[in-house]
Design a protein around this ligand. Structure first.
Ligand code: SF4
Length: 477
């Protein structure tokens, strides 16, 4: 693992406030998902259907994207293609210039996090305001989101209150409702002043050219309907074939993300305002970005593009639960982030992430579209090893490990030696609090267990002897 990732992990583990926030946030979401999935008549069948819907889309990806483009244009909208993050930002800046936009109100969008659109617009003198409550808090704090669904999951309500007090003069309170009311008052004016609304896309339905944004606050609905220009941005993988597929996926998105049967607002947008309609934007643009996804498509990692960004794998992951999202170093944290970040950025930019997993499989069990996350992580590890990473020490260590595991005698004596050493290093409470280098990384954040005595092998051998003895005795009668 790179020192940067290790350092970020150490910092996260020592941050008591972060640990409290992570514990509260991930436990709540994890339990809510379990309850919501248990309510379905057949959760396994629903997940299978969702997986098939995503496979149908990925199997016909180029064709569906063209169908989507045709139908968006037929609905009166415009489609722009962006090869990468830079091109996406340039498209938005050009549209701002074309329509004389000075103020932008923005809904939640991971794609614009990838492109750092806010910075690009601000550099052009355009004011951008995040309208999602969590994103707004993060923007005020000058931070990055730490969770796909709950961007301020790393913040406690106490820290949020202090931030709103310092930045916007909110009277101090620890009531989330009072904080929300206060921010809503600030936001109302922003909606009225904005010339352009920017939104993400949860699903883009090819057969009618409809984009869907799913949310709970109503901020997206206001952002895309109040300003005169609406720009929606999506990665190429967000396209799906039909409304039938949408009907399956939307049920699982809410249940997996927040434990709701359905999100409060499901905004279905098919083009700009039509003649006779009382509201809605005059202009609608859909920007479809590749930014590395085309490199993944058609490889053994294609199924990672099936992700619907529900965040369930993050909440289920024991690594994410302890280190939070910022330690992952880029836009996408958690198990799926450990796959798509190296794939989108290139393996050398995020070499530590495929190893940031115990491969326990909790992520795959939680994933509504059944992505084989541990398998993909193993494949990435294989690729890194073949590419000459990880370090020499790691490779030598794994060779020694493999050599020991091939020899029953060495394995037996290695086990005995390790058991003896843990007993030697244990304190009076019977715990090993500090291991010597190079194993000390383990005990920096947790104890090392003392090996049990007698060992499993000894107990197994003893039972075998006793069973053989009993058979011998019984046989003698
Ligand atoms: S990998 Fe699965 S569980 Fe994780 S965010 Fe994507 S869809 Fe959700």
């Amino acid at each position: 693992m790179t020192p940067t990732f290790q350092q970020a992990v150490r910092t996260a583990l020592k941050d008591a406030q972060l640990q409290t926030a992570l514990d509260r946030g991930t436990t709540r979401s994890y339990n809510a998902r379990l309850v919501a999935m248990a309510e379905t008549t057949d959760a396994a069948a629903l997940r299978r259907q969702a997986r098939l819907a995503r496979e149908r889309a990925l199997n016909r990806l180029p064709e569906l994207l063209e169908e989507l483009e045709r139908n968006v244009i037929a609905n009166g909208g415009h489609v722009l293609w962006a090869r990468d993050a830079h091109e996406l930002n340039q498209h938005v800046i050009a549209l701002c210039k074309q329509h004389g936009v000075r103020r932008v109100i923005k809904g939640k969008s991971m794609v614009t996090e990838e492109s750092e659109l806010n910075h690009a617009l601000e550099a052009e003198g355009i004011e951008v305001t995040e309208s999602d409550l969590g994103e707004f808090i993060i923007q005020l704090a000058g931070e990055r989101p730490s969770h796909i669904i709950a961007p301020m999951l790393h913040k406690t309500k106490e820290a949020t209150a202090r931030l709103l007090h310092e930045k916007l003069g909110m009277p101090l309170t620890d009531e989330p409702e009072a904080m929300t009311r206060f921010v809503r008052g600030v936001m109302r004016q922003k909606y009225l002043e904005a010339d352009m609304g920017i939104s993400g896309v949860n699903f883009a339905i090819a057969e009618t050219g409809t984009i869907v944004t799913v949310e709970n606050e109503g901020n997206n609905r206001l952002s895309i309907s109040a300003p005169r220009v609406h720009v929606a941005v999506m990665g190429i993988e967000k396209v799906i074939a039909t409304w039938e597929d949408f009907a399956v996926l939307v049920q699982l998105l809410a249940r997996s993300a927040t434990g709701q049967r359905l999100s409060v607002y499901n905004n279905l947008i098919s083009g700009p305002r039509r003649p006779g309609e009382p509201d809605g934007p005059e202009h609608f643009y859909l920007i479809i970005m590749d930014n590395g996804r085309g490199r993944i498509f058609g490889t053994e990692y294609t199924e990672s593009l099936a992700c619907i960004r529900c965040g369930a794998c993050l909440n289920a992951c024991p690594v994410y639960q302890n280190i939070g999202g910022h330690a992952y170093g880029w836009v996408y944290p958690g198990p799926i982030g450990s796959i798509i970040s190296p794939l989108l950025l290139g393996p050398t930019r995020a070499p530590a992430l495929p190893y940031a997993s115990s491969l326990c499989g909790a992520c795959q069990a939680a994933c509504p579209v059944e992505i084989a996350i541990p398998d993909l992580l193993l494949k990435l590890r294989r690729d890194l090893v073949q590419a000459g990473d990880p370090s020499l020490g790691w490779r030598v260590g794994m060779r020694v490990w493999a050599w020991m595991f091939r020899s029953p005698r060495l394995y037996r004596w290695g086990g005995k030696l390790a058991a003896w050493l843990t007993r030697l290093l244990a304190d009076r409470a019977g715990r090993v609090r500090r291991l010597p280098p190079p194993f000390n990384g383990w005990t920096e954040s947790r104890d090392f267990p003392v090996f049990g005595a007698p060992s499993f092998r000894e107990r197994y051998a003893k039972r075998l002897r006793e069973a053989q003895h009993a058979d011998g005795v019984n046989g003698a009668h």
